[in-house]
Design a protein around this ligand. Structure first.
Ligand code: PMP
Length: 445
C-alpha cells in the first residue's frame, strides 16, 4: 500500500519544514497518522494499529473521547483564552478535581504547559522554600527537555545538554535486575539503595540540598517498580534533612499504574508533585505542580517569582475537567488495575516463559516493560544503553507489521496502552507481540 494523496503531501511538507525532537533530521522516516479512536490509530496507508504506546504514554482515556472533545469545543465556543491573573472557571474546577485526588495536603495547583516546565517550577519552589540549591535525582530517569529538567534527567539525553552548572547530583535507585549494589533480592536492593542515597546526601552536605526528585515508578527509564520500603525510606531521609520530596508523576500519574497517582501504591506523601500527560489525556497541552500547605505558605506573602502566559489555559483545563470526570464515571483507573493484574501482567509473564529474548517483565496497571536481552545468563541487552541495534529495529518493525504500536526505548518494549483498553484488545496486542518476539529470539545466543 502507498500513502494517500493527503498523507503524502503532509509527509513531504514535514520532511521539508518540520524539525523533529531528539533526532538527526536527515535520517528520519516518520509515520503519518491520520486518525485515531479509542485504543487504535490509523496511518497514512490506511493501516489500523493498536496503540500500545498511548502515543507518548499520555492518552490514558484513549483517543477522541466524545465527552472530552465536546468539552473542548464548548469551551472554545465560549472563551478560548484568558490571562493567568484572571479567574477562569475551567481552571478553578480542574484545580479542585486534581487537589481532591492528590495525596495528603497537596491542595494548591500551579498549572504549566507540560511536564518539563512543571519540573522547572517544582524545583524553583523547592529552592526558594528551603533557601538551598542542589537537587538530587536518579540515574535512569527522565524529567523533561528544558534546561534544569534535562540536567536532572538520568538517561543519555542529558549528556549532550549537560552544562554541569545547575546544581544537579545523580544517584542510583533500586533496580534489582541490573543491581548497582550486587544485591540478590529486593530487600537487599532496597536497603543498599537507601544507604547509598543517605551517603550521597551526607557527602553532598544536607544543608545544600533543596530537593530530591524522582519518578515513584520510573517510566521512560524502564518501569522499575520499587518496594514500599524504598519510597518510605526516601521520605524519611527528606524529613530528617529538611529536603523537599518532589514526586514526578508526569508519566505515571492519572491512572496509569491502576491508582490515580503512582505514589498511591506506596502510601507515601511527597511535598510537591508534578503532573502532565494523563491529566487531560494529552488532548491539549497541560501540566502542573501540586503543592503542599507548607510550601504554599512560603508564597503567601512573598511573591512567587514565576509564571506562564498559558498557566491554566481554558481549553486545556476544560479538557482536564472532562477527562477526570470521565475517568471517575467510567471507572478507568480501576480498569487499568484490573487489566494489568488479570491480562497484561500474566500475559507478558507467559510470553517470558516461551521467548528466550525476554530478560525481565515488570510493571503494574497499564505500565509494563519487557526487557529484551541477547543472552539471559549475562543479561546483555538487545541494544546498548542509550542506543539502538538492527535487532531492535527488526523487532519494532515486526510489531508494526503485526498491527501494534509499541513504546520503545533502547532494548525495551513498553506495553503502555490507554487505561481504557479492554481484555479483548489487550489479548489481541499480546498475540501480535508473541509473533514479534520470535524475531527477537533469533538474535539471542
Ligand atoms: N517527567 C516525566 C516523568 C516524563 O515522563 C516526561 C515526559 N515523558 C516529562 C517529565 C516531560 O514532560 P513534557 O514532555 O510534557 O515536557
Amino acid at each position: 500500500m502507498t500513502l494517500s494523496e493527503e498523507a503524502a503531501r503532509a509527509y513531504e511538507l514535514d520532511r521539508r519544514h518540520v524539525f523533529h525532537s531528539w533526532s538527526a533530521q536527515a535520517t528520519l522516516t516518520p509515520t503519518v497518522l491520520t486518525a485515531a479512536q479509542g485504543c487504535y490509530v490509523w496511518d497514512g496507508e490506511g493501516n489500523r494499529l493498536l496503540d500500545f504506546s498511548s502515543m507518548m504514554v499520555n492518552t490514558n482515556i484513549g483517543h477522541q473521547h466524545p465527552k472530552v472533545v465536546a468539552a473542548i469545543q464548548e469551551q472554545a465556543a465560549t472563551l478560548c483564552t484568558v490571562a493567568p491573573s484572571f479567574v477562569n472557571a475551567a481552571r478553578s474546577e480542574a484545580a479542585r478535581l486534581i487537589s481532591e485526588r492528590t495525596p495528603g495536603d497537596l491542595d494548591m495547583i500551579f498549572f504549566t504547559n507540560g511536564g518539563a516546565d512543571a519540573v522547572e517550577h517544582a524545583v524553583r519552589m523547592a529552592r526558594l522554600h528551603t533557601g538551598r540549591y542542589k537537587v538530587l535525582s536518579r540515574y535512569r530517569s527522565y524529567h523533561g527537555g528544558t534546561e534544569t529538567a534535562v540536567n536532572l534527567t538520568g538517561d543519555p539525553r542529558r549528556w549532550p545538554n549537560d552544562h554541569g552548572n545547575t546544581g544537579t547530583v545523580h544517584f542510583f535507585g533500586p533496580f534489582l535486575y541490573r543491581s548497582e549494589f550486587h544485591a540478590t533480592d529486593e530487600a537487599q536492593e532496597t536497603e543498599r539503595a537507601l544507604a547509598h542515597l543517605e551517603r550521597t546526601i551526607e557527602m553532598e552536605g544536607p544543608a545544600t540540598i533543596a530537593a530530591i526528585i524522582l519518578e515513584p515508578v520510573p517510566g521512560t527509564a524502564g518501569i522499575m517498580v520499587p518496594t514500599r520500603e524504598y519510597l518510605r525510606g526516601v521520605r524519611a531521609l527528606c524529613d530528617k534533612h529538611g529536603i523537599v520530596f518532589i514526586a514526578d508523576e508526569v508519566m505515571a500519574g492519572f491512572g496509569r499504574t491502576g491508582k490515580w497517582f503512582a505514589i498511591d501504591n506506596f502510601d507515601v506523601v511527597p511535598d510537591l508533585m508534578t503532573f502532565a500527560k494523563g491529566v487531560n489525556s494529552g488532548y491539549v497541552p497541560l501540566g502542573g505542580v501540586a503543592i503542599n500547605a507548607a510550601i504554599a505558605a512560603t508564597f503567601a506573602h512573598r511573591p512567587y517569582p514565576g509564571g506562564l502566559t498559558y498557566s491554566g489555559h481554558p481549553l486545556a483545563t476544560a479538557a482536564a475537567v472532562a477527562t477526570i470526570n470521565v475517568m471517575a464515571q467510567e471507572r478507568i483507573v480501576e480498569n487499568a488495575a484490573e487489566i494489568g493484574a488479570k491480562v497484561i501482567g500474566p500475559g507478558l509473564r507467559e510470553l517470558a516463559q516461551r521467548h528466550r529474548s525476554i530478560g525481565e517483565v515488570r510493571g503494574l496497571g497499564v505500565f509494563w516493560a519487557v526487557e529484551l536481552v541477547r543472552d539471559r545468563a549475562t543479561r546483555e541487552p538487545l541494544a546498548p544503553y542509550g542506543g539502538t541495534s538492527p535487532a531492535m529495529t527488526e523487532v519494532v518493525a515486526a510489531c508494526r507489521a503485526g498491527g501494534i504500536l509499541p513504546f520503545v526505548n533502547f532494548n525495551r518494549l513498553h506495553v503502555v496502552p490507554p487505561c481504557v483498553i479492554t481484555e479483548a484488545e489487550a489479548k489481541e496486542g499480546l498475540a501480535i507481540l508473541d509473533q514479534a518476539l520470535t524475531v527477537a529470539d533469533a538474535h539471542t545466543v
